[in-house]
Design a protein around this ligand. Structure first.
Ligand code: DAH
Length: 352
């Protein structure tokens, strides 16, 4: 046992203080506490040894020893706080966020060029009072053909050959197909509403088709239909002319020529004068020397189509049109191959 003396208490205290300064984590601090202040610690031993001394010495060294104990305890508390602060600072330094670093860019997509042009076209018609509706992509034969005056065996079915879905129920086989155009929505809309009707129908269509630069087996169409009392061919011309000017520029001229679609009479195709050569034609790649570019089919709704949905054909007339947005986009942006649209090549898509 250490012989208690003022010297031994003093030197023990000095040694303890020096050693405490070296302790730099919780474990070292605890070891230090056990070594000096613990139940068998050095200072504890000295204080315990006081009992063998005489009264005078015991009082004197006891006071000294207790002061030393208090001092060591205070220093331990101080050092403990210091160590934990240092550890915290180190952690902060390690985890610090540099708010001045530029952020990581988020990759932002954009609308597909078809979606962009579909919106542009439907917006143009919405501005003229048309509402926008959509319909099913898998369609009954009845709507895709029959209600459009294309009965079974009609030769026009050949140009809309498609992908059939064999559907059977108690009634037997119900012919169903991936719709070949958006025109079936004409009958669906008219069946569920009374005139006045003014709708545009954007949507996907499908055909059994060998693909090439101007043909895809799936593509979009935008159908249009207006039915009311007193609608004439002049309304058709005026509306479509205005559409052409909104999409292709104020100075556009349009041309209507007879065409055949079973669900309209008369039927037409509408062309705009070529915006690339301004209608001159010669040597123009876009209009192939003609000065005109066909952009859509249209016509006055066939009375049979109106009658089949129960409309009074003495009272109501209407016009319809169908436009291919990919074709419009190809013309507008000089795209040379329709297959670019759906080949998912970002080099193409990110240009729009
Ligand atoms: N459905 C026709 C097609 O796929 C396009 C069309 C032509 C729609 C004339 C019409 C129309 O509404 O009147 O080729």
């Amino acid at each position: 046992m250490t012989q208690p003396s003022a010297d031994s208490i003093h030197s023990l205290t000095q040694r303890a203080i020096l050693q405490l300064a070296e302790a730099s984590d919780a474990e070292a601090l605890e070891q230090w506490r056990v070594a000096y202040l613990g139940r068998r610690g050095e200072l504890t031993n000295i204080l315990r040894g006081l009992s063998g001394l005489d009264m005078e010495q015991r009082r004197e060294l006891g006071a000294l020893g207790n002061r030393a104990k208090t001092e060591l305890e205070e220093r331990l508390a101080g050092r403990t706080a210091e160590v934990s602060r240092a550890q915290q600072d180190a952690a902060f330094a390690r985890d610090r966020i540099d708010v001045t670093l530029p952020g990581r860019p988020t990759i932002q997509g954009r609308l597909h060029p078809t979606t962009q042009i579909v919106r542009e076209i439907t917006d143009a018609f919405a501005g003229m009072g048309f509402s926008i509706v959509e319909g099913p992509e898998v369609e009954w034969d009845r709507y895709n053909f029959e209600m459009l005056n294309i009965p079974e065996g009609h030769p026009a079915r050949d140009m809309w050959n498609s992908l059939w879905v064999d559907y059977r129920d108690e009634g037997g086989r119900q012919p169903m197909l991936l719709r070949t155009h958006t025109s079936p929505m004409q009958a669906r809309v008219m069946e569920s509403t009374q005139p006045p009707v003014r709708v545009v129908v954007p949507g996907k269509c499908y055909r059994y088709e060998a693909t090439d630069a101007t043909h895809e087996w799936h593509f979009y169409q935008i159908e249009g239909l207006a039915v009311d009392e007193g609608i004439t061919f002049a309304d058709l011309k005026g509306t479509l002319y205005e559409f052409a000017r909104r999409l292709f520029g104020e100075e556009r001229r349009v041309r209507f020529r007879c065409d055949y679609f079973p669900f309209v009479e008369p039927g037409v195709d509408m062309s705009i004068d070529c915006f690339s050569c301004d209608g001159n034609g010669e040597g123009c790649r876009i209009c192939r020397d003609s000065g005109w570019i066909e952009i859509m089919g249209a016509g006055m709704v066939h009375p049979k189509v109106l009658a089949d949905v129960g409309y009074d054909t003495e009272k109501y007339t209407g016009f319809a049109f169908g436009v291919g947005p990919e074709r419009v986009a190809m013309l507008k942006y000089g795209i040379d191959d329709i297959r670019h649209f759906y080949s998912n090549d970002l080099r193409f898509l990110s240009q729009f």
